[in-house]
Design a protein around this ligand. Sequence first.
Ligand code: IVH
Length: 712
Amino acid sequence: MQSGQIEQITADQASAEIARLRAVLDAANIAYHQNDAPDISDAEYDAQKRRLAALEARFPEFASAASPTAQVGAAPADGFGKITHAVPMLSLENAFAGEDVADFIARIRAFLSFDKELSFTAEPKIDGLSLSLRYEKGRLVSAATRGDGAVGENVTANVAHIGDIPQKLPPFAPDLVEVRGEVYMSHADFAALNARQTAAGEKTFANPRNAAAGSLRQLDAAITAARPLRFFAYAWGALSAPLADTQAGAIQKLADFGFVTNPLTKICHGLDDLLAHYAAIETQRADLGYDIDGVVYKVNDLALQGRLGFRATTPRWAIAHKFPAQLAWTHLLAIDIQVGRTGALSPVARLAPVTVGGVVVSNATLHNEDYIAGRDSRGALIREGRDLRVGDFVQVYRAGDVIPKINDVDLSRRPADAAPYIFAQICPECGSPAQREAGDSVRRCTGGLICPAQAVERLKHFVARGAFDIEGLGAKQIEMFFNDPILPIKTPADIFTLAQRDADNPLQKLKNRDGFGDVSTAKLFAAIEARRSIGLDRLIFALGIRHAGEVAGALLAYHYGTWPALMAALDAIPADPDLRAGHAAWVELTAIDGVGAVLANSLLETFKNPTERAAIDALVAHLHIQPPPARQTEGSPVAGKTVVFTGSLEKLSRAEAKAQAERLGAKVAGSVSAKTDILVAGPGAGSKLKEAEKHGVRVLDEDAWIALIAPS
Ligand code: IVH
């Protein structure tokens, strides 16, 4: 409801309408970006936003940096050249409490079988955006944003005027150095920039991080030059010569090269020391003059960092210890149930809009029914057992970009008629029973593909980034086609018959519909056609099987190599879970490092279900499935070899030994057969050693193995 002509509106009316529009737009932003569930159309969103901008322009006294109109839209990414990072730019695992940090240290000790003193660096986690700077023969040749970690945007021209970034390095720097760090804006510069923006009638920025991102990612480098950006160096990528033996030594080198490094970086010895420095940094947080959102801990010894290596997207040798989240109180208006891709019934809190740390929040996750009832999945009390009811006054918290949560409830403000919340026992979307497995806190719809919510969520996942990633066929289009009477897409296979079905239908061609047309229809069909050829890893991930994410897709693809090999392995395993143990194909599947019984059972649950299997077979009939690209194992003496570890290892943990073997292109198996190439046997080896001798398999002790794989 809009209260008419902007020229005639009073300040009071404007103030009320501005508040309402901001709440609507913020809720829509959260629904779209955080929950992937847009609740208003793009056109409606744009209309409301234009109205809000017009009101704010007429009544500048109500302008606010937190307004949705002040959020910077991402610059057109297509406008920047792309740079492939020579070494991927990773992110960090998060710790939220001291115990998480203790776990982090324990995991490192176990992985390395290391019981001596472990030292770490601890430094502020800067809330900006990361940047990689490449210097060749001492000259800055390129600068790239993180992008998706593998490929970033070329912002070389934009960094030319950032004072903290040297254009040249001193002569003692190696020929090739990639320096990485964070671009940020100080509080003072941020406030001054927003004041200038307001004076010039330009939009203001919501926070220093948005301002830094919006300023760096400018197609017009002259605009970046006019913005006061700063840079802290804290890491590196490709190097032609090592910088030092330790993290702290390497950071000192970066300082010697002329970079600004963070003065709060400190070497800490063990958990207590780390937590003490965390507390010290937290006390200084408000006075630093720039935003930080935690403290990063990194193993100091670079040789140990090298041994620890990386998981899919994060190093094992570093962690970000985040500061506690921000809090606010508001009313819980309703609890809605959303049904996800794997059938999980997720309760969502609808809240009276409230500002939490500068962002208006009107939805929050409630996790599951136990969480609402005040228990965790093991029956232990949360919130001292206080349940949540519609009408309650609740505490909301949010940390960084994660979906807000409900933390607590004020029972003294509970309405007399508030009734305990009764969680649905049947799926609200399809009416199938919703069940809980023992030990699982999530209630799931048992409808599988007959549940429209699951079917449509799976299709959205199928076309998402990392999966089939079909241009022009996103979540919105999937919603539309799913309910389309003429050209329905109900299963993934339907995507690949779309063009033919449209061609066969004499009436109501897709190209004649609103929002389509000759060009966009041709483009869509071409994009689908292009994806008939798909990598095995992507295909596995795209199926949306519970527990089978991108990493699992890659592990299975590398292990089995082809779709028929994967199918043969799964078909060989008994459908009855009780008969699987000891079966060769089951042993092989669960021995893949990173697979395990939970994922294996979930895969089999899908592939042994006739409806699911029929849908998968129908899809595969349309595809050309590509084997995974060969791993970078040039010169590796164990590439392509099947290796089994047995007995106890003394220098390497089992996890490190396996990870290392796989990094060198070997296949690590759990049992010895005629196909095994090498058995690495430590003290205490038993039946596997006998089996190896029987098959004439090469047997090495731990030292011989280490000598074999040592770089020559
Ligand atoms: S180290 C391989 N150190 O946090 C790990 N990252 O959440 C490289 N960040 O993408 C990152 N301050 O943009 C590191 N002192 C710091 C940092 C820091 C901020 C950012 C960085 C990274 C993100 C991960």
